[in-house]
Design a protein around this ligand. Structure first.
Ligand SMILES: [Zn+2]
Length: 330
């Protein structure tokens, strides 16, 4: 089955830019790894620390005439295991730095999947049985990643210039899918490496992310995500190379679709709140996505919370404090 697209796919990549679609054990399917050839060699998102994937990565480099030792820099768009799992391994073989958005450092050092262990999961209504399943899931996923040594990590901030392969890229560190998500823009080449921030076939999940330094102990991921989109509409790059799926263009159309999608979803969630009588975020997610199981349920909770945040910001619902937090119409 061909994946539905929001914007048309572009299959041809510019000279000096190669893509491998590396396998993951997750429902998302493959993850895109890019090789940027130039005066130096850069690998963007080297996939997971999983022999099925690292063998393909090595074959990909070999076909391009590159050995692992020839890699000069590794870029990780964000600290989700399908993107960064093998980065520590590759960086050691290559004696290369790992460039990432600063807020992703903790995850890249190996501390990810904290949600299920935190009070946060109780507050959003995730039952104890699912929390136990998630702990098992994350233990399995952790074995498919290598923590990255501190001296390898090269964090960047929003709008920092980054020299890679003789080109000057601009870092766009924008929260939403991951707090320190890094996209790289090459203004001269009119090209954006967008990680999972912009995808041509699905709307990125506003992943629930604990943050002890903000009210509620979590990021308002969807609100932050939507707030980050205008800059990409204004940028309107000629080519976007995403973390999953085909390359594409027409970011203004993609962003318009994304805003419409979330506005419609928020109204669906409002209906659910009205009909369920003070549901938790988890209960909203179960109604929205009854088919989801295991870790995918967490992604459903992230979606539900994102829309609950939007409705709360618009004054359509209010929270009923307690543990778990519940929501009711205003
Ligand atoms: Zn991804």
């Amino acid at each position: 089955m061909t994946a539905p697209v929001i914007v048309p796919a572009i299959e041809e990549l510019p000279a000096g830019t190669l893509r491998a679609q590396l396998p993951t054990p997750f429902p998302v399917g493959t993850v895109n790894c890019y090789l940027l050839l130039g005066s130096t060699t850069t690998v963007v998102d080297p996939g997971m620390m999983w022999s099925d994937s690292t063998s393909q990565l090595q074959a990909f480099l070999t076909v391009a005439g590159i050995g692992t030792a020839d890699v000069d820099a590794v870029v990780v768009t964000h600290g989700h295991p399908d993107h960064f799992g093998a980065a520590g391994w590759l960086a050691e073989l290559a004696d290369a730095p790992v460039v990432c958005g600063r807020a992703e450092l903790t995850k890249l050092r190996g501390e990810f999947g904290r949600t299920q262990r935190s009070e946060l999961s109780e507050r959003v209504g995730i039952p104890g049985s699912l929390r136990a399943d998630l702990a098992t899931f994350y233990d399995g996923v952790r074995s498919l990643t290598t923590p990255i040594a501190d001296h390898r990590l090269l964090p960047v901030d929003d709008l920092d210039p980054i020299e890679l392969g003789g080109r000057t890229w601009t870092a766009h560190v924008t929260p939403g899918h991951a707090t320190g998500h890094l996209s790289l823009h090459d203004p001269a080449g009119d090209m954006l490496l967008s990680g999972d921030h912009l995808l041509g076939h699905i709307t990125p999940n506003p992943v629930l992310e604990p943050d002890d330094d903000v009210p509620d102990g979590r990021r308002r991921s969807l609100s932050e995500y939507l707030g980050s989109l205008d800059r990409f509409t204004a940028m309107d790059p000629g080519l976007v190379l995403p973390g999953h799926g085909s390359a594409f263009t027409d970011v203004p159309a993609l962003v318009a679709h994304t805003r419409d999608h979330h506005a419609a979803r928020a109204l669906d969630v409002l209906d659910i709140v009205r009909s369920c009588g003070q549901p938790t975020a988890f209960e909203v997610a179960i109604v929205m996505f009854p088919e989801l199981e295991g870790f995918s349920r967490m992604l459903g909770v992230s979606e539900a919370l994102g829309h609950l945040d939007l409705l709360e910001d618009d004054g359509m619902i209010m929270r009923v404090e307690g543990s778990p937090i519940r929501f009711r119409p205003t």
